[in-house]
Ligand binder design. Sequence first.
Ligand code: GTP
Ligand code: MG
Length: 306
Amino acid sequence: MGFFEKLKGGLKKTRESLAKGVDNVFKGKQVNEVFFEQLEETLILSDVGMHGATEICKKLRDVAKKLKIIDPAELKKEFVNIVSEMLAFENVEMEQKPVGTATPKRVILVVGVNGVGKTTTVGKLAFHLKTQGAKVSVAAADTFRDAAVDQLEVWVKRADVSFVKNQTTSDPGAVVFDAIKDAKERGIDVLICDTAGRLHNKKNLMMELRKIGNIIERNCPDAVKEVFLVLDATTGQTAILQAREFENVVDITGIILTKLDGTSKGGVVLGVKSELDVPIKFVGVGENIEDLLVFDPGKFAAALFE
Ligand SMILES: Nc1nc2c(ncn2[C@@H]2O[C@H](COP(=O)(O)OP(=O)(O)OP(=O)(O)O)[C@@H](O)[C@H]2O)c(=O)[nH]1
Ligand SMILES: [Mg+2]
């Protein structure tokens, strides 16, 4: 299956709700106040959120006025353009070149609350980067949940990449430290660190993440450091609230939105972009290793609305 078909397939439920609702509005007779009110309401009800819905409608109003469009069908194309422009982000960090000859060149910390799909995503991401030719290693820094290391190891085997674990320690920072050392010895390009989604309490979790971040900073000063926040699309607007909490603790460089395939709340993608100043880097559209897609704003908007 091609990239676009896969994306479209993953968005099936969202297409059935959000895209259908939007289509109905655009079937209206005339672009007027009622039209914009209906569009805004449809977007808000489809997890785009108040902020995103208002932004889209304001831009669309401006375009309609400027181009003197009164036929809704004609305005649809502009709507898709606005959505893809809104989702676009200037800095494509995955392509940013690391400085000097750092090893590892890139360290990715994967964070998020429990159950959102971190470990699965680490496996998929390792596979994706390996397929692109990178030498990848994965660190099992979820030392909290008993089965976490074994679960990750299954993914690492599937992806066929290096793995660093230490089941004798409960200190995730120690595992990351070991993994960095190992990565330097082996000449690893990208080190991906899985983390716990739950500790004894939220404060503990956030403090641990900050500590891990400091260890990476101190031991890999020249590497490109990324923090990917994993959000579960099925939780809709709650995902945005979670992101705000993590934003206070770590510098999130990208968002990975998982489980798009299982939800009609895919509209949250638009909300994420409009509410948080962080780019969406990947979307998860299934439970298999190749079910992680690089987020492409134009293709996403097209797959959803065309
Ligand atoms: N359908 C679907 N399921 C997914 C996707 N990503 C993850 N999952 C499922 O979500 C469940 C939780 O995934 P994990 O990777 O264990 O989540 P986690 O964030 O590591 O969980 P904790 O380690 O407990 O915090 C698993 O059953 C995954 O198969 C996705 O894109 N689509
Ligand atoms: Mg996990």
